[in-house]
Design a protein around this ligand. Structure first.
Ligand SMILES: [Zn+2]
Length: 286
């Protein structure tokens, strides 16, 4: 048996039986929530701890969806959504993990979506095609010879928008101050100031380290064909070996000091700054 059963439990609240399996060779964990819901779901997630604000985890999330060994189309994700009966397809980067969830009520469609995602996360084309980082992360852009050289990129532009909001800045500063000695002090989405420091080598190394079955958790849900679904997982897990690198997601409590932190944010030119103070409180820790 490629997978061994670790634990099983009745979960009456969600009318399911939950079973945790471990892939013997790699240690990959699989949680199977068995029930008769025809809406089948699959998610694979990896611990992806950021080491600075360059947005590497977020850019990899975008980049794995830009073609893979079995599905070399430039935008399999877009094609996927068009022709599929899916009830949910997405990918999300959190401060410590990246997840790839899909759901469908059609069995064939479900198996297909899962296959596209497994191939995307384990066999992405960006290793050999540096254009993908340039497009999804950052590249220099020059519209015409008289213009200034500027940065562009899907995530670069997305985060320029996202981090422009003062609320986001407050949230970022708070996390930074409260969890100073942990990965949670970083902007996992990427700070536009730091994104252009990212190189193709860092990109590949991060993927090799964290997109490994040993560092993954798969969640399966609903009325699925168990044998076929586990065989599809085994196709990608088998032969990967055990990755011993442990990911440290611990954090220490905030420094017990009375701390004041100030920063500024941009307003539109000509706007009156009066009354635009966004946030002002003191956090006193004892
Ligand atoms: Zn994004």
């Amino acid at each position: 048996m490629a997978f061994k059963q670790i634990e099983t439990q009745e979960l009456p609240d969600i009318q399911s039986v939950g079973t945790v399996y471990e892939h013997v060779e790699t240690g990959a964990k699989v949680l199977y929530l068995a029930n008769d819901d025809s809406n089948k779901a699959f998610t694979i997630g990896f611990k992806t701890p950021p080491y600075n604000d360059n947005g590497i985890a977020h850019i990899i999330e975008h980049s794995v969806l830009n073609g893979s060994e079995k599905y070399p189309s430039k935008e399999p994700f877009v094609e996927l959504v068009k022709g599929s009966l899916n009830t949910f397809v997405n990918a999300m980067t959190f401060s410590d993990k990246t997840i790839y969830p899909v759901a469908s009520t059609n069995k064939k469609d479900f198996m297909h979506l899962m296959s596209v995602y497994l191939d995307a996360v384990f066999k992405p084309n960006f290793y050999s095609n540096a254009q993908i980082l340039a497009q999804e992360g950052w590249h220099h852009h020059l519209e015409s010879a008289e213009d200034d050289l500027i940065y562009k990129g899907v995530v670069y532009n997305e985060m320029k928008g996202a981090t422009a909001s003062p609320e986001r800045q407050v949230q970022q500063h708070l996390t930074h101050q409260l969890y100073p000695n942990s990965i949670y002090r970083h902007e996992s989405g990427g700070n536009p100031k730091a994104i252009p420091s990212l190189t193709q080598e860092e990109f590949v190394a991060f993927h090799q380290t964290y997109y490994h079955p040993s560092n993954s958790l798969t969640v399966l849900y609903g009325d699925i064909d168990k044998k076929e679904t586990f065989a599809a997982l085994e196709d990608y897990f088998s032969g990967a070996g055990k990755h011993s690198e442990k990911v440290d997601l611990s954090f220490e409590p905030a420094v017990p000091d009375d701390a004041v932190f100030e920063d500024t944010y941009s307003i539109t030119a000509g706007d009156n700054p009066e009354g635009k103070r966004l946030f002002g409180f003191r956090v006193a820790c004892i």
